[in-house]
Structure formats: C-alpha cells, structure tokens
Design a protein around this ligand. Structure first.
Ligand code: CU
Length: 283
C-alpha cells in the first residue's frame, strides 16, 4: 500500500550544488568560431544504467523524464525566422538546440534517489532524445527534487568518449581544451544594421575550465505512485540571454567577434545565466 502524498511539505530549493566552476580563466582570445564536430554516421547508443536500487521491501515504479523547450513560456519552434524577442530587445529565432545533461536524478524526501548515470544527449530537432526512462525501478513516495548537471562534468568531458553521432558531433576543438560542447544553441537575430546575423551560443570546457553547472529543481508536492510518474523539465532558451547578465546579441555575435567559444568571459556569463533557464513543468 502506498500512503497518499502529503500536500504540505517544506519547500527547499537548492541552487548551485556540488559542481563548482573552476574558472581559472586561462584567457585565449581566439576570435574564430572553431570547427564544431565532424561527421560520424554510426547510430547513437543510450548509456544509462541502473544506479540506486530501492530497498527490497519498498514498492517501486517506472519514472520517465522529458525535456521541453520554451521561449518566454511559449513552445520553442525551430526555424530561420526571428519571431522571438530577448531581454535586450533583439529579435531572434532558433535553428538548433542540442546539449548534454548528466546524472539526471530523482531525489525523494526520505533520502532515496534514482539516477540515470552518465550523460544524455538532447536535441530539440530529435524528439526521441527528449524523453527517457530512469533505469530500474524508482522508489514510490514523495519527491524532494530533480537534479542534474547541465553539460558534461569534467569526469565525463573526455575527448573520444563518444564514438558515434549525434554525441560525437558535439566535439570541442582540441586547441580549445578538447572534450565536447555542453551546448550548441544556434539561430539568427536582427542586428543593429537591421540585418539577420547568425549566432552560435556554444558552451564548453574552454581551455579545460569547467562551465558545466548543477541544476536542482524543487519537486516538493510531486510524488511517484505505484503506477509510475512522468516529469517534464523545461528549458526556456530566452533565459540564456538574461538573469543575471542581459545579452545584447550585437555584442557577442558580430563581424569581428563571430562566436563565443574562445571567449572565457562569455562562457562564464552564459553559465551564470543558466541559473534561471530550467524549471519543472506543472504536472
Ligand atoms: Cu562550437
């Protein structure tokens, strides 16, 4: 038997968490964009496996996690037009959104947890990548939080770790530290001249500084029942450009500064803005 979830639970929001950026800021002002990835026709391979197993006497259930993408709260539609407006007032659109999350974990109020270890590749253009089941059977009960790392933490951000696409296409140039992009967020915006200009908000471990970061979403009031549960994590892409740092895209993507891959200050700024990007969708 499963006790009904209690409705009033103390709310606790954890920000920050165990993964701390090592911003040693080895600044290499390379203005080039860098060649991003190479072709590899092999199919992707899921890499989740069983982590914490609930106690033998505890009921267990299946849990699915989905990722959804919004812009200012509205569903994100990929395209070459510029229908959205960021905090700085730039009109923009999104042509590509692909990224890694690592160690997605459901944490229960009683301290139990279930983790999908390793990294998961998510791609807004590939719906099959956006929903996955946590491996094994989840504990039944009340949730405390859902946590993960945005990007690849240093122990997973190893050149050559992914041998097949699409993950392998996220390679970060060796001359910039190697490993993989945390994220490729691309599109176009209307610049000061009134012209469409491409932006590539690529994040990664520039010169081995770690720009991945821990995300902890308050899940109090949610529960897993014997019939399972499904939770949707939302990424609002407009938040990458604000909170706390408002990005005027003219300053980051222009004729003389075409990309941010070699810009340590921009990498740090984008990471800071990540604090407001994720939320747990309403049940
Ligand atoms: Cu790149």
């Amino acid at each position: 038997m499963n006790p009904p979830p209690r409705s009033l639970s103390p709310r606790r929001v954890l920000r920050g968490g165990p993964v701390v950026a090592r911003c040693s800021l080895a600044v290499a002002l390379s203005l080039g964009v860098g060649a991003c990835g190479s072709s590899d026709p092999a199919p992707p391979s899921p890499d989740a496996s069983v982590a914490d197993v609930p106690a033998a006497d505890a009921p267990a259930a299946a849990v699915a996690i989905a990722f959804a993408h919004t812009v200012g709260g509205a569903p994100l539609a990929l395209g070459t037009t510029t229908p959205y407006t960021n905090a700085a007032g730039n009109s923009f659109g999104v042509t590509r959104l692909s990224y890694f999350v690592s160690g997605v974990t459901v944490r229960m109020r009683d301290g139990r947890s279930l983790t999908a270890p390793g990294a998961r590749y998510l791609d807004a253009a590939m719906p099959a990548t956006l929903r996955f089941a946590l491996p094994g059977a989840a504990p039944v009960g009340e949730l405390a939080s859902i946590t993960f790392v945005m990007g690849l933490p240093p122990d997973l951000n190893i050149s050559g770790a992914f041998t097949s696409s699409p993950e392998s296409l996220m390679e970060w140039p060796e001359m910039m530290g190697g490993g993989y992009h945390h994220m490729k967020f691309e599109g176009r915006y209307i610049n000061r001249a009134g012209e469409p200009f491409n932006f590539m908000a690529h994040s990664g471990g520039l010169n081995r500084a770690d720009y991945s970061f821990a995300v902890s979403l308050d899940a109090s009031g949610r529960s897993i029942t014997a019939s399972g549960a499904s939770f949707t994590v939302r990424m609002d892409v407009a938040e990458w450009f604000t909170g706390p740092n408002t990005w005027d895209l003219n300053d980051y993507f222009n004729a003389t500064h075409r990309g941010i891959m070699g810009d340590a200050a921009a990498q740090a700024s984008l990471r800071e803005n990540g604090a407001s990007v994720f939320s747990l969708a309403a049940p």
